[in-house]
Write a protein that binds this ligand. Structure first.
Ligand SMILES: [Zn+2]
Length: 162
């Protein structure tokens, strides 16, 4: 399936464009750099004019990302679902001038990369400390004292009899 990888932001918003697709880690280099080793993300990008009369992009992402568990350093697959609204503005100055509200803004372009839009939102949504909900490292730490003391004793005996 051939998919457009970039949109003309203002035209997309004004014509109520709809774009659906799926991205994996190959299209998300910054996510790969941030310790993510796998991702399958379905997205729906729609354009509209919001209640303030401004063009905006709405983005919904649904999928999962594979991160490194900070307890056991194993892989942990985390479900990821987010929705974002991005008001389109003409330049950075407009973003700086309006930083006192909680509306997310992005500079409109004629060639806006869809993968970059998705990646920006996904990075914001990633957990600071990814970990398994039920991590085997946590269970191991509680029951781990006995075997290691036993091993230390065994090692001690070994040296004595040598
Ligand atoms: Zn873990």
């Amino acid at each position: 399936m051939l998919q457009p990888t970039a949109i003309d932001g203002l035209a997309f918003a004004r014509t109520a464009g709809v774009l659906k697709g799926r991205l994996d880690l190959e299209s998300l280099p910054r996510l790969a750099q941030s310790g993510c080793s796998g991702a399958v993300l379905d997205f729906v990008l729609t354009g509209d004019i919001n209640e303030r009369g401004k063009p905006e992009l709405r983005l919904a992402v649904d999928g999962s990302v594979r991160l490194e568990c900070q307890r056991c350093l194993g892989n942990v697959d985390l479900p990821l679902r987010l929705e974002a609204r991005l008001e389109l503005v003409s330049g950075e100055a407009e973003i700086l001038a309006a930083d006192d509200d909680d509306i997310e803004r992005v500079v409109a372009g004629r060639d806006m990369s869809v993968a970059v839009l998705v990646e920006d939102e996904v990075i914001l949504a990633l957990p600071m400390v990814p970990k398994h909900e039920q991590c085997r490292a946590a269970a191991g730490a509680e029951g781990g004292a006995e075997p290691s003391a036993f091993q230390a004793l065994a090692a001690l005996k070994k040296t004595k009899f040598q």
